[in-house]
Each structure stands twice: as structure tokens, then as C-alpha cells.
Ligand binder design. Structure first.
Ligand code: G3P
Length: 200
């Protein structure tokens, strides 16, 4: 019963469309109508500016971090925490607040895996920053981090009492899903028309 309650909490928190709500509330702008049309932090940064982009990044990461974190405080352990985290990511990408549409899952995955497998996630964060610093493409940093997620998971020791096999299966599925959600970015990267990140 406890697990079901936290799965529901995970989905609801994950589904909160921070990018859309912050844009509408503070600037009267629906970021889904501008830039890449994505509801995530990168597009919030692009359309609303650095302050709101950072706000969306923190809020989206937090809604991934909190469900497994809170569940762990209530005695939920191991693979159940993984399930709750994955549900939060699914909530973000298939949000009932947005007619079951949503973002690409990067910031929310960051929050989930920062709690579940911090060593892997901090390494991915460094890889992401290096790729973006060199190429100026946030999407490429996200895609490479998503591909590296199951690979690093394989080589690093597990944490938080998680079992390796379910963790490998879930990180592979999430990694593939995040890459799939970047299909329009991949097309633009191949055509050379992808937006470059510019510090504002
Ligand atoms: O996390 C999403 C990012 O990788 C790409 O965002 O807005 O450029 O499609 P965007």
C-alpha cells in the first residue's frame, strides 16, 4: 500500500509542468509556443531568460529527487525507490496537466538519479558540462549523458541498496527514452540547425 501511495505521489510531482507554469505566471508566456516548443529548463532559459531557466531546472530536478527521497524516509527501500523515481520521470514526460505530453525528462532524471545513484549522476553531470562547453549544444550533452547512463551504471557500484539488474534495465529504458524524446534535436543537429547555447 505504501508503495502504491508513493507511486501516485511520484507521478503527480513528476507531472507538475514547472516550465509552463513559471512562464505563464511570471511572464505571461507559454514556452511551448516559442523556441524549441519544449516545456523544459533549456527552453525556459531560451525563452524566459536565465533566472527563470534556472528556476525551472531546479524545480524539475527537485520533483525527481523528492519522490524517492521522501519514500526512503518512510522506510521504502531498494528497487521500490527506483520504481518511484521512474514513475516521476514518466509523469514529467506524460503529464496529465499537459494532456499527457511533457518534457524530455533530462532535469527530472537528474534529480531522480542524483538521489539513487549519485556517483554515476555526478560523473554524467561532468560529461554533460564538458560536451556543452565544447559544442554549445545542450541537446547533445543530454543525448550523450542519456547514452552514458546505463554504461556508467554497469561499471559503477550500486548505491542505496539497489540491485544491479533492475537498475541496468531501467537506466537503459530511460536512456533510450530520453534519446527518443530528442528526435527533433537530432534532426536539427544533423542539418546543422540546432540552437546553440549562449550565456545570457
Ligand atoms: O533537456 C532538454 C534539452 O536537451 C534540449 O532542449 O529545448 O533545446 O529541445 P531543447
Amino acid at each position: 500500500m505504501k508503495l502504491i501511495i508513493f507511486i501516485i505521489i511520484g507521478y503527480i510531482l513528476g507531472a507538475l509542468p514547472n516550465g509552463v507554469w513559471i512562464g505563464k505566471y511570471f511572464k505571461g508566456i507559454d514556452i511551448r509556443e516559442h523556441g524549441s516548443k519544449n516545456s523544459g529548463a533549456t527552453n525556459a532559459y531560451r525563452v524566459l531568460g536565465p533566472r527563470y531557466g534556472l528556476m525551472v531546472l531546479l524545480a524539475d530536478a527537485l520533483k525527481g529527487f523528492l519522490p524517492p527521497f521522501i519514500a526512503s524516509k518512510f522506510g521504502v527501500t531498494g528497487d521500490s525507490l527506483l520504481l518511484i523515481g521512474v514513475v516521476a520521470i514518466v509523469g514529467h514526460t506524460l503529464s496529465f496537466f499537459l494532456n499527457f505530453k511533457g518534457g524530455k525528462g533530462v532535469a527530472t532524471s537528474l534529480g531522480v538519479f542524483l538521489f539513487l545513484i549519485p556517483q554515476v549522476t555526478l560523473t554524467l553531470l561532468i560529461i554533460f558540462i564538458v560536451v556543452v562547453a565544447i559544442t554549445k549544444y545542450i541537446s547533445l550533452g543530454s543525448i550523450i549523458a542519456a547514452i552514458m547512463l546505463p554504461i556508467l551504471t554497469y561499471f559503477y557500484p550500486t548505491q542505496n541498496g539497489l540491485d544491479k539488474l533492475p537498475l541496468l534495465v531501467m537506466t537503459s529504458l530511460i536512456g533510450l527514452f530520453v534519446v527518443y524524446k530528442h528526435k527533433s534535436n537530432i534532426e536539427r543537429l544533423m542539418k546543422g540547425t540546432e540552437n546553440k547555447f549562449r550565456l545570457k
